[in-house]
Design a protein around this ligand. Structure first.
Ligand code: ADP
Ligand code: GLC
Length: 480
């Protein structure tokens, strides 16, 4: 039996701000249980739903040094869907109405979390063979393992993997402050380690010290070795390319299943999609106050509203996108400029545009099930899960060819009747607009071809089956 410990800052169903939570909440249960004991460590955020907080069972508590500080570490535990989750409890760090806030505060919070995740192991009596770390919040773990913890019998053989879900977020703060909160010696802060210009960089530490580094698609694994996508770490990514692997994300096929989804009005399968999917569209039009019209080409977008997601392209040609033949349904939260932009267009186009600037799992499922197409013109996209959800629900993705979008959406080829969506190469608003128009034309004028795209999309398999195997192979290789 191999013991694997996931450490991450978010996971469904407990807490979610983006795709990281989907991955951490769905991947662990997909490993072969006879070979891998996979457990997860998360922060116990005060903003977690009461339902989950109330179910946690107290395990133990102790005090831990963090630099000159001595901090309380509570350990709680629960089992969900066959997986054991440990929660680190400390109300000084994990209160607040959302998981992330100001960076200087988050730096100390996650330095604490990383050290605590290691420190609880002897007391919970779980000795991992591999600690699988996710994103910058856990970047100090590989550093601690190869540094201050390496002389202990308990920790000396534990390996680590650092998975990058988004290279844009690195956890960067003043070097002096990071020395102070991490308790690491000066020698860790040279430029080949955590040092980053005048500052210190936690993700850089993780990437440097982890035994393997992975990211969430093949294309992104290549892209981040170049200056455009490398977020100033392209040199390091090249240096580590011998230990860098791209493994594409899957999604939870039970959670996202048009046949059983409890959020949608009419369930459907690949067989009944042609007749039944549209019933969801009519219901959503009614719910959102759009013109109730089964034929209207309905485009959906569910997203964090940041520049990563290509919203500037949409802003540039929104008037052209929203012609009389189109309805556009947006669900998202994020930067005020984008929220206001969509609110403005909803006001301008009334029955054609619906802007929902909030977070709702229920509405997101309804959008995946109801729309004809799903727009994702990202500037960069490590993997992207929304396009996978769309494929699963027979909603045709329109994407830019970058990162995981390129790896998961096969562009429609009208000559060979192939493809599962539409894509464009350059970060250019009119290229996107042309692609939307092309899709719209196929939708209105080539119904059979359109239905073929839907069917092929629904038949592709982006459950975790294949990718969980790839992680298993990687674990085995690392432990050989
Ligand atoms: P990222 O992790 O970069 O945000 P992904 O496509 O990997 O992008 O994952 C986004 C996840 O967050 C999807 O599950 C998507 O449905 C969900 N999501 C994003 N915004 C919202 C929202 N406003 N309401 C509900 N779900 C949302
Ligand atoms: C990040 C990326 C997204 C990816 C998700 C899960 O948030 O932006 O592309 O799908 O992590 O790996």
């Amino acid at each position: 039996m191999k013991n694997i410990l996931f450490v991450a800052s978010e996971s469904v169903p407990f807490i979610k701000t983006g795709g990281l939570a989907d991955v951490v909440g769905s991947l662990p249960k997909c490993f072969d249980k006879s070979k891998y004991d996979v457990r997860v460590v998360l922060p116990k955020y005060m903003c977690m739903k009461d339902k989950f907080k109330d179910e946690l069972e107290y395990v133990t508590h102790f005090y831990m040094n963090l630099g000159w500080r001595n901090q309380y570490v509570g350990v709680m535990k629960t089992e969900y869907d066959g997986i054991t989750y440990y929660f680190i409890d400390n109300e000084y760090y994990f209160s607040g109405d959302k998981p992330y806030g100001e960076i200087y505060y988050d730096m100390e919070k996650f330095a604490y979390f990383s050290r605590a995740a290691l420190s609880i192991l002897p007391v919970i009596d779980f000795k991992p063979d591999i600690i699988h770390c996710h994103d910058w919040q856990t970047g100090l773990i590989p550093v601690y393992l190869k540094g201050p913890f390496k002389d202990s019998d308990f920790y000396c053989n534990i390996k680590s993997i650092m998975t990058i879900h988004n290279l844009k977020f690195q956890g960067v703060w003043g070097m002096q402050q990071v020395k102070d909160i991490s308790g690491l010696a000066d020698s860790y802060f040279t430029h080949d380690k955590l040092g980053y210009y005048e500052a210190a960089n936690l993700l850089k530490g993780g990437i440097t010290y982890a035994d393997y580094v992975t990211t969430v698609s093949d294309t992104y694994a290549e892209e981040i070795k170049t200056p455009f996508y490398g977020e100033n770490l392209d040199g390091l990514m090249c240096a580590r390319s011998g230990s860098l692997y791209g493994i594409v994300n899957g999604i939870d096929y039970d959670e996202y299943n048009p046949e059983t989804d409890k959020f949608i009005i009419k369930n459907y399968t690949t067989k009944s999609v042609k007749e039944d999917k549209v019933k969801n569209k009519l219901a959503l039009q009614k719910e959102l106050g759009l013109e109730e019209n089964a034929d209207k080409f309905m485009i959906g977008l569910v997203s964090r509203l940041t520049d990563q997601k290509g919203l500037d392209l949409i802003n540039c040609v929104m008037d052209e996108i929203c012609d009389e033949d189109v309805q556009f349904v947006i669900l998202g939260t994020g930067e005020a400029q984008y929220e206001n932009m969509f609110r403005h267009y909803a006001w301008k186009y009334g029955e054609r545009v619906s802007a929902n600037m909030f977070y709702s799992e229920e509405l997101s499922h309804k959008i995946y099930a109801s729309c004809d197409a799903f727009l994702m013109p990202s500037l960069f996209e490590p993997c992207g899960l929304s396009q996978l959800m769309s494929l699963r629900y027979g909603t045709v993705p329109i994407v830019r060819e970058t990162g995981g979008l390129k790896d998961t959406v096969e562009p429609y080829n009208e000559y060979e009747s192939k493809g599962t969506g539409f894509s464009f190469a350059n970060y250019n608003a009119h290229e996107m607009l042309d692609t939307i128009r092309y899709a719209k034309n196929v939708y209105y004028n080539e119904k059979e071809a359109w239905n073929g795209i839907i069917e092929r999309g629904m038949q592709t398999d982006f459950s975790w089956t294949t990718s969980a195997k790839k992680y298993e192979e990687l674990y085995d290789k690392l432990l050989k």
